[in-house]
Design a protein around this ligand. Sequence first.
Ligand code: XMP
Length: 305
Amino acid sequence: MVDVDEFITEATAEIESEIGEENAIIALSGGVDSSVAAALAYRAIGDRLTPVYVDTGLMRKGETEAIRETFDFMDSLRVVDAQDRFLDALEGVTDPEEKRHAIGEGFIREFEREAREADADYLVQGTIYPDRIESEGNIKSHHNVGGLPEVIDFEGIVEPVRDLYKDEVREVARALDLEEVVSERMPFPGPGLAVRILGEVTEEKLTVAREACHIVEEEVADHDPWQAFAAVIGKATGVKGDNRVHGWVVAVRSVESRDGMTARAQDLPWETLQRIQSRITGENDDVARVVYDVTHKPPATIEYE
Ligand code: XMP
């Protein structure tokens, strides 16, 4: 990206010319990518933009409330409660790619419905450069790229930050005066907690993953990782009180990276790791074990599925 202000002017003009006099909806996730895409689209077409946030039930703790607050200034914000529909679609699905496709399809169907109501022909998305590269290279299908069903009811898809890396998107967010909580926010995958759960997504695993992710984010804040989270990776034996239990195994991951394409497992202090372990097992009786993931990317990916 040459110059932030120049980028903003050009991107706004491009959105305006792509969408013309039509209406559009923007898929808001709460992350920096879609927030920047929304802010740019709002500059370009104002009230003809309907920002839609789909609560899939796969989101971070407090995400829905945070969205309502952050985008309070956009009167047309729509919050869709789709938790049951997503959980139903994921029932019995264990293959990682199938999960991603089920979620991608779910998103599109929700947006199609919302678009009809908003009389919108265009869908704006916060797809960034690494999302496209990884999908094109078939490393995985990002829910907002490779996961799209073949027949889409939109006249066009507009991706204003498609050529930017994450750090460039943050630069644009700062230049647009978006709140720090948005511009500096850790990346969160489109398919949400579903890719932090190995195998089938269930409400029980979601609760474990959501609470554990929240604890990890709180405890590593001072170490400034690119991304830090917890994943539910299976079951193992543990001892709680006087009883042997078969409880969840939670993996903690904290990585440093510039753009998510490669990453290094962070060298966190033992005390921090122990505090995380003690909070996760202490606050959830059904967690038997916490492990720390020391694998870089490559060979591992950042997320688990
Ligand atoms: P991986 O797991 O591929 O993650 O090493 C690289 C970065 O991308 C995020 N990620 C996603 N973001 N849709 C997104 O919008 C997705 O399907 C998706 N999958 C992974 C991940 O959180 C990390 O920052």
